[in-house]
Design a binder for this molecule. Structure first.
Ligand SMILES: [Zn+2]
Length: 498
């Protein structure tokens, strides 16, 4: 479907109600694979981290990785799920070269964690995203199709397969259908993946690098006429690997499906591929008929029955989760909801926290990160956290302003110089001679010159019209290239002319 045939977003939402759902795969950061002792190493040469178990050689037997079970229970607890007291792995049978065993060990009707939720806030509105299940499985190998134009198997001359990834523990977090989001659906989808990523990071169970595929989301979208009794047919956009793309994928599917429904057509239940370059999706594999994977309980593994005491120990060991941390920091810093939202959207919460820890006041830390530095990051198209300035630098500039050694204008110049790689704030101040001039000797000279050059204004002030003093302070600032201590200059002028 070409872009011209899409229904504009707002128009689509005036007639249709979206339902979204997300299935997120997370590679766990365990030392070894799910069912064998192979080390997990990103970027290792192809097929070097393999053994008879993960290659599925006859006679090899899997053993469950305890750390992977522990990580999964922690994720379930953090997502407010119930933890199964007894569950089994299942064989998902399918023939595809990325899984050398011709089946994948997964969980089917007995997931480890069920029925939880994660709250997200979008534009001041809170949405509770229900969690259907959190289950554990092993990742598949990676295939590389060579010779075709698209990198897909269609049109390829041959394919290469790397089994290093086969057997890495993979957690799948599946939401319940999310309804009632209306036009905020794309933002809710993005906010959910953002919050989930932050939670996984806080739990320290995965490196959650979307660009490297250790966290990837399948995004389900369906549309139905507003007020309809039934939901529409859903599509599943696979392996979306950036937060921005999650939002764009939902948005595009809404515009595309609305066009089909407007024309009296039928949305096909299928998987779709997302294209980063133009933000569109294209048809993948039909899901009109459910594939039969002939699941059955994995006979080579004992059931998983986490003792209640162990689960409680893990619950007690959970770190402070992102939502609780934000609430605590907001209270401590005295920021409004809106100010916290700005910080979050700018990815500045940790930076502000570190700047405050380095001695700045909350208001100053926020001012510099959301002001001067956010502007700079925007201009150069990078994240705030990748700017070449540290929270300690910002705290130092803020301290210099507070001590009267810098005014705001000079402080901005110092930060710019730090960003340009000229050194620490103190080095920049020394090298560029940027400190505020407040010593009376130097100031008096400038004050006298300003009075001599503006006899009319000086006369007014002598007559008691002290409001005119601003013009002379301005002249002093100009003469000192903005470095004068303005309040001291004002004092000196008034003393001279009284
Ligand atoms: Zn192995």
């Amino acid at each position: 479907m070409s872009v011209a045939e899409l229904v504009p977003y707002d128009e689509a939402l005036s007639r249709y109600e979206p339902v979204i759902g997300l299935e997120t795969h997370v590679e766990l950061g365990t030392m070894t694979k799910m069912f064998c002792g192979c080390l997990i190493e990103f970027g290792a040469p192809p097929n070097t981290s393999v053994c008879p178990v993960c290659l599925g050689l006859p006679g090899s037997l899997p053993v469950t990785n305890r750390a992977a079970i522990e990580y999964t229970i922690k994720i379930g607890l953090a997502l407010n799920c119930s933890i199964a007291t007894w569950c089994r792995f299942a064989r998902k049978n399918y023939f595809y070269p990325d899984m050398p065993k011709d089946f994948q060990i997964s969980q089917y009707d007995e997931p480890l964690c069920t029925d939880g939720y994660l709250d997200v806030t979008v534009e001041g509105q809170e949405f509770r995203v229900g969690i259907e299940r959190v289950h554990l499985e092993e990742d598949t190998g990676k295939t590389l199709h060579v010779g075709g134009a698209t990198g897909r198997i269609h049109g390829a001359e041959y394919s290469l397969v790397d089994y290093n990834r086969a057997g890495i523990p993979l957690v799948e977090v599946v939401t319940k259908p999310v309804t009632g989001t209306g036009s905020l659906a794309p933002l809710v989808a993005r906010a959910y993946v953002t919050e989930l990523r932050g939670l996984l990071q806080a739990l320290d169970v995965s490196d959650v690098r979307m660009e490297e595929g250790s966290l990837r989301s399948d995004v389900n979208t369906s549309l139905a006429p507003i007020g309809a009794a039934e939901w529409g047919k859903r599509t599943e956009t696979k392996n979306v690997n950036s937060l921005r793309s999650v939002e764009r994928a939902v948005r595009f599917e809404i515009e595309r499906q609305a066009a089909i429904l407007d024309a009296g057509g039928r949305v096909v239940q299928e998987t779709r591929h997302f294209h980063e370059d133009n933000g569109t999706t294209t048809s993948g594999r039909s899901k009109e008929e459910a594939q039969d994977y002939r699941y059955f309980p994995e006979p080579d593994l004992v059931p998983v029955a986490p003792p209640a005491e162990w689960v409680e120990q893990l619950r007690a060991s959970l770190p402070e989760l992102p939502a609780a941390r934000r609430a605590r920091l907001q209270e401590a810093w005295g920021f409004s909801d809106q100010e916290m939202t700005w910080l979050r959207n700018a990815g500045a919460i940790d930076l502000v926290a570190q700047t405050i820890a380095a001695g700045a006041s909350p208001a100053d830390a926020r001012k510099w990160w959301l002001g001067e530095l956010a502007m700079h990051a925007n201009k150069s198209g990078v994240e705030l956290s990748s700017l070449p300035v540290t929270p300690a630098n910002v705290a130092r500039v803020s301290a210099l302003v507070k001590a009267g050694a810098l005014n705001d204008k000079l402080a901005r110049q110092v930060l710019e110089a730090v960003l340009a790689g000229e050194g620490s704030p103190d080095e920049v101040v020394a090298a560029r001679g940027l400190a505020v001039v407040s010593d009376d000797g130097a100031l008096t000279e400038a004050v006298d010159a300003a009075i001599a050059a503006n006899p009319d204004i000086a006369a007014k002030i002598r007559d008691g019209k002290t409001a005119a003093v601003g013009a002379l302070v301005g002249a002093v600032m100009k003469a000192t290239k903005g470095r004068a201590d303005a309040s001291r200059a004002r004092q000196l002028i008034l003393e001279r002319l009284s």
